[in-house]
Design a protein around this ligand. Structure first.
Ligand SMILES: O=C(O)c1cc(C(=O)O)c2c(n1)C(=O)C(=O)c1cc(C(=O)O)[nH]c1-2
Length: 260
């Protein structure tokens, strides 16, 4: 590269993206959302066996119960009262409040609708180590990052309404054996995720003002996409390729159930 070309490349890397261009770059990350993962595609194309659906629901439960801990960690690091007043809604959405059951309970109902018992889900006996490690990486990131960085890592939710919508549109047709009462979680998230995104996006656009910061935020978003993709990789090994951990040694789920 001659020096003037190099200089202008360096300059453009120092120029912050406009808020519009930054938001467009965030949205472009949707190309790597787990909606494109083969396990996910199989789910909404009707190709999954009941065992595979049950495996996904039981494993995703670990994400569901970890999200409020992740959000509590963000609040614990956030000195801004106005932010906390809005952010606390996320905990309440999942844990329930004022007689409302909340998302964790709705997920347990989804589990029952696909044929799992409540005890089986709560015991975490089906949670694969790879899923656990991926989810824990997300919670641990939220514990040690600044609250703004941790808040912005939730922005994969930009793409979540379309994935919940895809399930609502395809599962009842493909999997008539699933009790329709189980779908309430997906329905609730359509509106909850949109509201979360509005707040998360406002924090993000306000916080990342330099080009280096914006590039870092895109890397944070990629980290979160990696978390979601890696969870499905672990499920693919166990439920599609019959290669659960230790399958060469035993068919028993000997893997640990969390060390809290
Ligand atoms: O079903 C999904 O594909 C999906 C994805 C995501 C996401 O993109 O992180 C979330 C959820 N669901 C979800 O239900 C949810 O409550 C949620 C919270 C968060 C977050 O990062 O704070 N992501 C997600």
């Amino acid at each position: 590269m001659n020096s003037s070309v190099q200089q202008s490349a360096e300059q453009s890397l120092q120029t912050p993206l406009t808020p519009q261009a930054f938001e467009a770059a965030l949205r472009a990350k949707g190309d790597y959302y787990h909606i494109h993962h083969p396990f996910h595609r199989a789910m909404y194309e009707g190709e999954c066996t009941p065992e595979q659906i049950r495996g996904w629901v039981a494993n995703r439960f670990y994400y569901q119960i970890s999200i409020p801990m992740k959000d509590a960690a963000i609040m614990a690091n956030c000195p801004d009262r106005d932010t906390r007043r809005l952010w606390v809604q996320r905990l309440l959405d999942h844990d329930g409040y004022d007689g409302g059951e909340g998302g964790i309970e709705a997920w347990l109902r989804l589990g029952e609708a696909v044929g799992l018992s409540r005890e089986e889900i709560l015991s975490q006996e089906h949670v694969l180590p790879g899923v656990r490690f991926a989810v824990d990486a997300y919670v641990n990131f939220a514990r040690r990052a600044t609250w703004q960085e941790a808040a912005s890592s939730s922005l994969t939710e930009l793409f979540a309404p379309s994935i919940h919508q895809a399930r609502l549109a395809s599962w009842p047709e493909h999997y008539p054996w699933i009790d329709a009462s189980g779908y309430q979680y997906f329905r609730s998230r359509l509106t909850e995720a949109r509201r979360d995104v509005e707040h998360g996006l406002a924090i993000t656009l306000q916080h990342y003002q330099t080009r280096a910061g914006q590039e870092r935020m895109l890397e944070i978003l990629q980290f979160k996409l990696d978390v979601l993709w890696s969870m499905l990789d672990a499920m693919t090994m166990a439920y599609q390729l019959d290669r659960a951990p230790y399958h060469t040694v035993t068919a028993k789920p000997v893997y640990h159930r969390g060390l809290f």
